[in-house]
Design a binder for this molecule. Structure first.
Ligand SMILES: Cc1cc2nc3c(=O)[nH]c(=O)nc-3n(C[C@H](O)[C@H](O)[C@H](O)COP(=O)(O)OP(=O)(O)OC[C@H]3O[C@@H](n4cnc5c(N)ncnc54)[C@H](O)[C@@H]3O)c2cc1C
Length: 432
């Protein structure tokens, strides 16, 4: 089959069909911007609590990172625990780690409640060490995580690694059995269906152009201008992640959009697939410029990485296919003859401190900054911020932490420094 520049997950999924001619309502309780995991999870929770909710999406359900990712439902955060403890202290880091575990339960519960057929499975994840010193650090990390968070990870020595991965380029690994895998496009489609069932209305091709403070019949709220007409909302929730734009400029300035790219091979023979990943784990390596990979439920190797730092475009997607194919063969020489069937890219959102952030900004609610760890955390944050909006006081250790902008404020939402950052991370991988 010739290589297709297409998201493979899309070929496995049918999305809810919506009436594209329906006008957006005049007034709602909550306008949710973005129909990815964050926005849809918030919409589902708010609608279940009786709110009138309109989800406004520039493109189609799940069009952003939520349908394009690796489907790795991971414990922990992008930053290592030692860095978290030194930045936020023991107590808050313990709560953050607990939230990362709860976020996987949250996905599992939604999948069960909404009967989403997305191949959710607690298959665990494997992190593999690209250098001896990275491996030496695994034992230290596993100790801290067991002692401080009561969570067990298993360190795998190089000589035992063949039970976990059919590659001999790594110095050892670390397994977390609690992480899961899923088909993300099917999951986001199921989440949308769940939001609709709860009473939320979703409007595709409804790009939010501006959001302004406005009062109506003596009540303070928001006037939204969208490509499908105006709308007035008591509250606004923003879940636009790496695609955050001009409609919410303060948030846009706090986020760096970074491209990530994925290839999938043809369907592999069962024996070869089992050799590559005997326990069917979600796998990623220890570099800054990392590779992440897994088998799909139909036994393709899905191999992703930050092949280019810039967000996806025809050019970056095309270049990534060959860069990632070479990376995949470095890891798995067994795949040197495997056809690459699909390549695609998507945009992640990094905050300047590489942390998730949620709460209120300029009076609007938001949750962003998942840094490639968003399948579980975006679902969780959408739900928790919705509970906050509904008047609860949910446990959420990410609310209220400092949310830094660019150093010296030298950033207007256009990431001119990405080539420098890309070079810097490559340099760090070389020296550290
Ligand atoms: C290639 C890739 C691989 C990844 N792999 C993993 C992984 O394996 N595991 C993991 O945990 N995370 C992974 N991630 C990250 C994860 O996918 C994201 O963190 C998560 O999907 C974010 O969800 P979201 O709903 O916040 O944003 P998105 O899914 O990006 O949705 C935001 C939506 O907002 C819409 N929007 C933006 N502006 C407006 C506007 N003005 N008006 C209306 N709509 C608007 C966009 O069209 C978009 O659909 C990956 C990401 C990428 C790109």
């Amino acid at each position: 089959m010739p290589l297709k520049e297409l998201n493979y997950w899309y070929t496995t999924t049918s999305f809810p069909t919506l009436d594209g001619t329906r006008a957006v309502p005049e007034v709602v309780d909550v306008a949710v911007i973005g129909a990815g995991f964050t926005g849809l999870s918030a919409a589902r929770t708010l609608a279940k609590r009786g709110a009138r909710v309109a989800v406004l999406e520039s493109e189609t359900i799940g069009w952003g990172a939520s349908s394009r990712n690796g489907g790795m439902v991971l414990t922990g955060m992008k930053l290592g625990v030692n860095q978290l403890v030194s930045r936020y202290g023991r107590e808050r880091t313990q709560r953050m780690y607990a939230a990362s575990l709860a976020s996987i339960d949250c996905v599992e519960q939604i999948v069960r409640e909404e009967a989403v057929e997305c191949d959710f499975s607690r298959c665990g994840h494997l992190e593999v060490a690209c250098k001896q010193k990275h491996f030496d650090d695994y034992a230290r990390q596993a100790d801290v995580i067991a002692r401080e968070f009561g969570h067990r990870l298993r360190v795998v020595q190089k000589q035992d690694l063949s039970s976990e991965i059919g590659s001999n380029i790594y110095y050892g690994g670390m397994v977390d059995e609690v992480s899961a895998g899923c088909n993300p496009a099917r999951y986001v489609a199921g989440l949308a269906q769940g939001a609709i069932k709860a009473g939320a209305e979703i409007f595709e091709h409804a790009h939010v152009e501006s959001v302004q403070r406005d009062s109506r019949q003596g009540e303070l709220g928001w006037k939204l201008t969208t490509s499908r007409g105006p709308l007035w909302a008591h509250e606004v929730f923003v879940g636009t992640s790496g695609y955050t734009g001009k409609a919410t400029p303060s948030l846009q300035k706090k986020l760096i959009p970074i491209g990530s790219f994925i290839i999938t091979t043809e369907v592999l023979p069962e024996k070869l697939a089992r050799e590559l990943s005997p326990c069917n784990r979600m796998i990623y390596d220890s570099k800054n410029f990392l590779y992440y990979y897994r088998l799909t439920p139909d036994r393709r190797m899905l191999f992703g990485g930050r092949a280019a730092f810039f967000p996806e475009s025809d050019q970056t997607v095309r270049q990534s296919a060959e860069i990632l194919r070479r990376g995949m063969i470095d890891v798995y020489p067994q795949l040197s003859d495997a056809e690459i069937d699909y390549v695609w890219g998507g945009t992640l959102d990094f905050a300047f401190d590489i942390m998730p952030h949620a709460g209120q900004m300029d009076g609007m609610y938001y949750a962003v900054g998942y840094a490639g760890h968003g399948v579980a955390m975006a679902t969780f944050q959408g739900q928790k911020i919705a509970e906050l909006m509904a008047g609860d006081q949910p446990e959420n250790p990410f609310v209220g932490i400092p949310f830094p902008g660019a150093p010296l404020g030298l950033y207007n939402g256009k990431p001119w420094f990405l080539p420098l950052a890309g070079a810097w991370y490559k340099f760090l991988d070389w020296v550290s």
